[in-house]
Design a protein around this ligand. Structure first.
Ligand code: ADP
Ligand SMILES: Cc1ncc(COP(=O)(O)OP(=O)(O)O)c(N)n1
Length: 508
């Protein structure tokens, strides 16, 4: 047992390993804001989340349809049930709905005096719907001094000061200072709704007149993420700050940790594909470790290097290139290729069926059809004058079986990775062979000249680039486990590409 483990005792004064954070807020059934966002945000920062619900909203990403406020006594019952039993390391307060609810929260805070209180003075949703009755504003003002951190957006800051909304960042900071002075607490001024010449960035600033911060104003700059999926950013930010503050005990450090996370949550929000309005942010984006665009494709290509080198070293490839390949082996290769293409076409049809977008569905369906066309063209031309084996050889059979097995996993990404080497490695080998043929002066008597010329197909090269891009995108949406399975499926198919080129020598 480590000494730090022994030092840990579950007493009121003991160090906190997992912050127990209570959100007192409204419910958003669409999961993007309110307690639902808070609980995700708390969990995303390693906290244990609890929720006492102040109000039920009927809302989605397009707006709020209705609000139901249960009796304030019942909120008190929820709060007491928690504080009578559980040590609360931090409290985040969100939608308070009306004066009776605020009264219940006010009384409970005074009774329990939690160590950390973050108050997000939710008044109006971004959709424009009111989340606090205007008759409750005085009660809210009275609650502000009980918080350790207040996190108003620009509109809320203006209402709390009874002033017009700040026209720029400098004015917002001045308003923040006035609110901090009046409430004698720390204020986080948020730049999410900045307009005009300041709208290019998204700064936030901690302001405090009472010496809690290192300086009176601490600005943390941030890039503005171009997205409409910002539903619940305020809720997510305030509950994340409450959670991290338990661990680090310093508002500036907490903000510097949370802000990049929130930017990532905004950047990846679109991948959630939730709703048709202002969608939610992706609270758990950091767990997915999404690869950057092109990164996964580069990883696959690097993994195929050895197989490609081995392909170039094969007698079959050398013979095809310099024209010394025995005709019998070429015929075997063509016959097996035709059999393979038939199976491959069926697998591509399955990829099309699993595709998440219409563009991808069309691409794979077209590729499936083209495979059949190439197969019948092979029979009509190259194979019409050569004896053909109608049974699949052992490599052809194993390769197609591997693809069929990948197609029953049900994962689009795994299947795309499995079919990709037949595009990618084939296109690279083809381009190299064609270039070698041209470098040799395209000798007229070369027995495989016509075949080598087919490798100069720009349409196939373009399809290959598209297939690689689709695999790369699929990896960005995949879990780490699925990406590993994609890597394995690609590697196995690459190996079969190598064996397929060698099969005429070993089985032909
Ligand atoms: N488009 C954006 N890009 C980056 N950060 C943003 C964006 N919109 C909001 N934020 C950040 O989200 C947090 C919430 O800000 P804001 O939108 O002003 O509050 P609210 O969600 O309460 O209206 C702040 O840290 C702000 O800087
Ligand atoms: C139940 C509930 N609480 C709060 C909000 C407002 O969320 P917020 O994080 O301030 O951001 P917007 O979604 O308004 O941008 C809400 N909508 N519902």
């Amino acid at each position: 047992m480590s000494s730090s483990f022994l030092a840990y005792q579950p007493q009121a004064s003991s160090p906190v390993r997992i912050p127990r954070v209570l959100t007192i807020a409204g419910s958003d059934p669409s999961g993007g804001a309110g307690v639902q966002a808070d609980l995700k945000s708390i969990a995303a920062h390693g906290g244990y989340g609890m929720a006492a619900i102040t109000a039920l909203t009927a809302q989605n990403t397009r707006g709020v349809r209705a609000v139901h406020i249960p009796p304030a006594d019942f909120l008190t019952a929820q709060l007491d049930a928690i504080s009578d039993d559980i040590r609360i390391d931090a409290v985040k307060i969100g939608m308070l709905a009306d004066a009776a609810v605020i009264g219940a929260v006010h009384a409970w805070l005074e009774r329990t005096n939690p160590a950390i209180v973050v108050l997000d003075p939710v008044m109006v949703a971004t959709s424009g719907d009111r989340l606090l009755q205007d008759t409750a504003e005085a009660a809210l003002q009275a609650l502000l001094p009980l918080a350790d951190l207040i996190t108003p957006n620009l509109a809320e800051l203006a209402i709390l000061l009874n002033e017009p909304v700040a026209a720029d960042w400098a004015e917002a900071l001045a308003q923040g200072k006035r609110l901090a002075a009046r409430t004698e607490t720390t204020v986080l001024v948020k730049g999410g709704h900045l307009a005009g010449s300041d709208a290019g960035s998204c700064p936030d600033a901690l302001i405090n007149t009472g010496g809690v911060l290192g300086q009176e104003t601490i600005e943390v700059q941030g890039d503005r993420v171009a997205t409409r999926n910002s539903h619940g950013t305020g809720c997510s930010l305030s509950s994340a700050l409450a959670t991290v503050q338990v661990r680090v005990g310093d508002w500036e450090a907490a903000l510097r940790e949370v802000k990049p996370w929130l930017q990532g949550a905004l950047r990846t929000a679109g991948s959630l594909d939730v709703g048709s309005g202002n969608g939610p942010v992706h609270h758990f984006h950091h767990l997915q470790q999404t690869p950057a665009a092109g990164e996964f494709a580069a990883h696959l290509r690097a993994g195929a290097t050895d197989d490609l080198e081995a392909i170039y070293g094969l007698d079959f490839i050398r013979g095809l290139s310099d024209g010394t390949l025995p005709e019998k082996e070429f015929a075997y290769y063509l016959a097996q290729d035709a059999i393979y293409l038939n199976g491959y076409s069926r697998v591509l049809a399955r990829v099309s069926a699993l595709a998440p977008t219409e563009d991808e569905q069309l691409f794979w369906a077209r590729s499936s059809q083209q495979c059949l066309e190439v197969e019948s063209e092979l029979h009509r031309t190259w194979l019409s004058t050569r004896p053909t084996a109608s049974a699949p050889g052992p490599v052809t059979k194993s390769y197609v079986d591997h693809l069929l097995a990948a197609s029953v996993t049900g994962s689009y990404g795994v299947l795309v990775a499995a079919v990709l080497p037949c595009f990618w490695l084939y296109a690279e080998v083809g381009a190299t062979l064609h270039a070698r043929f041209l470098d040799a002066g395209a000798p007229a008597g070369h027995p495989y000249a016509d075949w080598l010329r087919t490798y100069a197909d720009e349409e196939f090269a373009a399809s290959t680039r598209q297939a690689i891009a689709y695999a790369d995108t699929a990896a960005q949406y995949a879990s780490r486990t699925e990406r590993d399975a994609m890597t394995r499926a690609f590697a196995e198919s690459s190996r079969y590409e190598l064996e397929f080129f060698d099969a005429p020598r070993t089985h032909g």
